[in-house]
Design a protein around this ligand. Structure first.
Ligand SMILES: Cc1cc2nc3c(=O)[nH]c(=O)nc-3n(C[C@H](O)[C@H](O)[C@H](O)COP(=O)(O)OP(=O)(O)OC[C@H]3O[C@@H](n4cnc5c(N)ncnc54)[C@H](O)[C@@H]3O)c2cc1C
Length: 429
């Protein structure tokens, strides 16, 4: 059987980064990717939060195929015919060390894979790993078609589905309750139109996080500016989508038909459509990260922070891959790759800021369960502002009176207070 020191399954951000770090340390590394080229099958909304990534790939923005530095972030509630927005702009976010970049995975993933190859890792693309080879409860390599390839340790970086782990009996099945489906279009628009519409310049861009207009299905939408296109999509809870009886593309079409979204995307040409599952980001979904002969990194380990305002999976994948690689090097030094010697990965990961952010926002998960957040409140916000901003011929009222009027027949004050407390627990306190 052919043998490597390490086999990495998957050349997404986690796999490519683990491959690079281990090859840099002089190990004989094989990275196996099922897509014809890395990134060809991968979907992200497309915001790469840059601070943690820059610790691994210093000043990557000078070399990597990034689209725009995100200097404006709009948080928008979409009512049926209203939109209520918080418009945040930061000149600092457009200068090093930046905050986030829009990226397209079809470009970013090949770049990451090249970094691994340049460090000395061998990459084979277009090869599906069919199974992990397990002997006496220990992972000893992979099966890919007729080939069995052995390794001292396997880095499982196969993304959300985690099929290999499940098939090897190392992980239980997903609960559909914990998984969302993301559907995304890339819509081509000339750069000058993007810059005028999103009030940015040639280098900078804007991100919109939108709540509402998903037909009552729990989830949210996003619009990110690329150089010459927009990434537009919705991420909705799978069980809620199923219960609605609607198709994912119908939800996306309805979202795009909202007057605000329509204004931003009009005249554009859809050049790409993709869909992928993604974990909902709950801290309680943390799963087993190591076992005898293997470590799990990135989305395969359900490492994703979603606090409603930001969705961070790519930087978490990259950070976890580095910590996994360091733990492997320590285990190598100790001379064995057991769950105990590799266990250092868990401690290392817990010490990272992104893991701590994950824990900090653990109560945000519950917010995504509350259907009123996605239908009632975006409408309510619009209605209250409409009442306050409309100079009517009838006498008006202050904000509380306007809210009381808008609430009538829709929710009680008690429900409203409980929901505000839930939002405070998730995001504020
Ligand atoms: C709609 C949507 C929007 C998102 N938006 C954002 C965002 O804006 N910002 C952000 O940071 N994160 C975002 N995420 C999350 C982010 O995409 C993931 O967290 C990130 O891709 C995880 O990286 P990874 O390397 O762990 O897994 P992946 O990127 O999924 O990579 C796994 C790789 O393994 C390969 N693979 C799988 N199985 C096999 C096999 N059996 N054999 C060989 N290869 C295999 C796959 O082809 C793939 O290349 C979003 C996700 C979705 C779905």
């Amino acid at each position: 059987m052919e043998r490597f020191d390490v086999i990495v399954v998957g050349a997404g951000p986690a796999g490519a980064t683990a491959g690079r770090a281990l090859a840099q340390a002089g190990l004989n590394v094989l990275v196996v990717e099922r897509a014809a080229t890395p990134g060809a099958k991968n979907v992200s909304g497309g915001l790469l939060y840059s601070r943690a990534v820059a610790e691994v790939y210093p000043e990557f923005w000078k070399h990597a195929p990034i689209e725009r530095a995100i200097a404006a972030h709009q948080i928008v509630m979409l009512g049926e015919h209203t939109s209520t927005a918080l418009d945040f702009r930061s000149a600092q976010a457009a200068t090093p060390p930046f905050n986030a970049f829009s990226v397209l995975r079809a470009k970013l993933d090949p770049w990451l894979a090249t970094q691994a190859e340049e460090a000395g890792a061998s990459l084979i693309s277009g090869v599906n790993v069919d199974a992990l080879l397990v002997e006496n409860g220990r992972v000893v390599g992979i099966q890919a078609g007729p080939d069995q390839i052995g390794a001292d340790v396997v880095v499982v970086a196969e993304g959300t589905a985690g099929l290999l782990l499940k098939q090897a009996g190392l992980r239980g099945p997903h609960n559909p309750h914990d998984v969302s489906l993301g559907v995304k279009e890339v819509i081509a628009l000339p750069p000058d139109v993007i810059e005028e519409r999103f009030q940015c310049d040639a280098e900078t861009g804007a991100a919109y996080t939108l709540v509402g207009s998903t037909g009552g299905v729990e989830g949210g939408g996003f619009i990110y500016t690329n150089k010459a296109s927009l990434s537009v999509g919705v991420v909705v809870k799978i069980d809620s989508l199923y219960a609605s009886g609607r198709h994912p593309h119908e939800i996306l079409d309805a979202f795009k038909a909202h007057p605000l979204v329509q204004r931003l995307v009009r005249g554009g040409e859809v050049v790409e459509y993709s869909a992928q599952t993604v974990h909902r980001g709950g801290f309680h979904l943390a799963t087993q990260l190591v076992g005898d002969g293997y470590v799990v990194a990135g989305s395969a380990a359900r490492l994703l922070v979603n606090n409603v305002l930001t969705l961070r999976g790519m930087d978490f994948a990259i950070t976890s891959a580095v910590e996994a690689a360091q733990a492997i090097l320590q285990a190598r030094f100790a001379g064995s790759y057991t769950a105990a010697t590799l266990g250092n990965y868990v401690e290392r990961l817990k010490a990272t800021s992104i893991y701590q952010d994950w824990r900090t926002f653990k109560d945000a998960y519950g917010l995504m369960e509350n259907p009123r957040l996605f239908s009632l409140y975006p409408d309510l916000a619009g209605e209250v502002l409409e009442r306050l901003l409309t100079a009517d011929t009838k006498p008006g009222s202050k904000a509380l009176g306007a809210l009381s009027e808008a609430l009538k027949g829709k929710a009680s004050w008690l429900t409203l207070s409980q929901d505000m407390l839930q939002i405070a627990r998730g995001m504020v306190l």
